[in-house]
Design a protein around this ligand. Structure first.
Ligand SMILES: [Cu+2]
Length: 107
């Protein structure tokens, strides 16, 4: 009888990748001068990788004091990991393109 490794199946089916520290890693892309997804709910301690899939530079930053960050100039193809240690709503913007907006709810 064949034994299926259940834990591996569970990891393969999850939409996000768990790390050893129990933090979950999410991914937000920037393409066509839009964030995808536009709304994301995560837990305090989780991490988000911001990926620039566009042809131009972006400058992602947080407008919220709860989790403040500024990725500065992020070139096409670059990805940057950000940790979100505190609960609260985080409004994410691009300093170069004011129409780029998204929200991360940190629970
Ligand atoms: Cu931008």
């Amino acid at each position: 009888m064949k034994h299926v490794p259940v834990i591996l199946l569970a990891l393969a089916c999850a939409g996000a990748v768990s790390t050893l520290a129990e933090a979950t890693e999410f991914r937000i892309t920037q393409k066509g001068q839009q964030f995808n997804p536009r709304v994301l709910t995560i837990k305090a301690g989780d991490e988000v990788v911001f990926v620039n899939d566009d042809t131009g530079t972006h400058n992602v930053f947080s407008e919220s004091a709860a989790n403040s960050f500024d990725l500065k100039a992020q070139r096409p193809g670059a990805s940057t990991r950000v940790a979100f240690p505190k609960a609260g709503r985080v409004d994410v913007r691009c300093a170069i393109h004011p129409s780029m907006r998204m929200t991360i709810e940190v629970e």
